[in-house]
Design a binder for this molecule. Structure first.
Ligand code: C5P
Length: 227
């Protein structure tokens, strides 16, 4: 059977990674969470005091990019790959609200994008991959066999993200999570370099009111039609 490339883009917390993980499992594909890569670079910047609430030193961060080694290692127990920054597992650290509050600024830096996009394209050379992010169908894999674009109401998305953060032991309130979700979408959609947008040939899914099972079933039918 043909090993295809599946690109999933969309606004934050629209359930992209849930669908991507299910697809990877069913078709035995590699799943790549590109948001984790932008988050890891952001976390590196925060730790090195190059990124903070008041602004950031993009010049210094750009110079440090060559010292950032990102790797995914598959965790058999969890059933997905975890993000390693310079050989250290940062899976927990990169999911905090603090990182979410800085990541869109870092992801707007063209040099950061160039590095990560090149790495993502290398991971996809053999197909058999499902990748989620903001620019996968438009920039990383413009020739992907299947492109999905996920949306949902801001309220649904913030509720989902809030639950995840609370489950992770992050002490946040709903209002700041809602603000962050909307603020990230605003920055991601309006940045100059590869802004978040639906590729012309992407199929849109609004999952505000659709259950994950129904959605997954529909998407599998689409995948099967490409094999
Ligand atoms: O997917 P996730 O919400 O973890 O992504 C975090 C942030 O990383 C996004 O809000 C966006 O700023 C950035 N990102 C990006 N391009 C991608 C994936 C993520 O700019 N392909």
């Amino acid at each position: 059977k043909k090993k295809i490339t599946i690109a999933i883009d969309g606004f934050s917390s629209t359930g992209k990674s849930t669908i991507a993980k299910l697809l990877a499992k069913k078709y035995n594909y590699i799943y790549v969470d590109t948001g984790a890569m932008y988050r890891a670079v952001t976390y590196f910047g925060m730790k090195s005091k190059l990124v903070n609430k008041d602004g950031f030193k993009s010049e210094s961060l750009i110079l440090k990019l060559k010292d950032i080694k990102l790797t995914f290692k598959f965790n058999k127990i969890l059933g997905f790959a975890e993000m390693f920054l310079n050989n250290i597992n940062v899976e927990k650290e990169i999911r905090t609200l603090q990182v979410s509050q800085q990541v869109s600024k870092v992801a707007a830096i063209p040099e950061v994008r160039r590095k990560l996009v090149a790495e993502q394209q290398l991971m996809g050379v053999n197909g058999g991959i499902v990748m989620d992010g903001r620019d996968i169908g438009t920039v990383v894999f413009p020739d992907a066999d299947l492109k999905l674009f996920m949306t949902a109401s801001a309220d649904k998305r913030a509720t989902r993200r809030y639950k995840e953060l609370i489950d992770n032991g992050d002490n946040v309130n709903f209002e700041e999570v809602l603000f962050n979700v909307q603020e990230r979408d605003r920055i991601d959609s309006t940045r100059e370099d590869s802004p978040l947008m639906k590729a012309e040939d992407a199929i849109e899914f609004d999952n505000s009111d659709m259950g994950i099972d129904e959605q997954f079933e529909r998407i599998c039918t689409l995948v099967d039609s490409k094999l």
